[in-house]
Design a protein around this ligand. Sequence first.
Ligand SMILES: Nc1ncnc2c1ncn2[C@@H]1O[C@H](COP(=O)(O)OP(=O)(O)O)[C@@H](O)[C@H]1O
Ligand SMILES: [Mg+2]
Length: 281
Amino acid sequence: MTDAAVNAAEYAVEVAAVDKTFDTRSGTVTALEGIHLTVAPGEFVSLIGPSGCGKSTLMRLVADLDEPTSGAIRVFGKTAKQARLDQEYGIAFQQAGLLPWRTVAGNIALPLELHGVASAARRDRVAELLDMVGLSDFADRFPDQLSGGMQQRVAIARSLAERPRLLLMDEPFGALDEMTREKMQAELVRISGETGAAVVFVTHSIPEAVFLSDRVVVMSPRPGRVAQVVDMRLGADVSGGARASRDDALREERSFFEMVTAVREALHGAPVAGARGVETR
Ligand SMILES: Nc1ncnc2c1ncn2[C@@H]1O[C@H](COP(=O)(O)OP(=O)(O)O)[C@@H](O)[C@H]1O
Ligand SMILES: [Mg+2]
């Protein structure tokens, strides 16, 4: 979808001319400079770039956990603050962030409880979410009885509880082993497909970004800028248009490697040589 095809009010996320500086004891740190970015409803956009380039800062601005120094952020046409108050998005960050004294079901139910969903409806929804992430048999377990991958699935189920039109995910699979990670990627592709949610996804793995995304936003080292936006053209669908199916076979396809190369080249072309902290395997 081209930018012109969508009215501003219809963007899931619109970041316009955003700068973010932090005043620290050792001076001013410019974390983000001149960021423009739009995400269409249902679109999957990854942010990739070296450590410290401002990916988490940008996510925090969109989630209204901090404010831009200048520029504007809109989420479904609303201010970031209004979107937060209206629960327009689910969040899953690097640490699963589960409450250890609550069961799996209790953790997933939390956002529903906080927003006054009646208990019968809540039970139904939790059962549905447990099924979606393949944890129906673990409803009564506690987080410390689960593997890291399972905890992360609980966090994802929780982020989906209120059927958000948008998911904000900051390295949600960063702590997982490679096999679990690939499973979770496939799972996320399925879930975002089923729910039609837009996703903004931070990663420093190039293959992960390629596998998941419609577009990959490559950021430059500090001060973080958008160095390049790479459209993913994958599978049979090399001409763009409808999304290629994201399955394990895709990881072996030539178009997949071509996209990995395109993203790697975009990273290396960023100002200041090298892309430390970025996985290329
Ligand atoms: N609260 C803060 N105070 C001061 N500096 C910060 C703060 N948050 C982030 N930064 C700095 O902003 C830059 C971007 O950080 P971050 O967004 O966490 O990067 P990334 O997620 O891409 O690794 C880094 O130099 C970091 O040290
Ligand atoms: Mg980060």
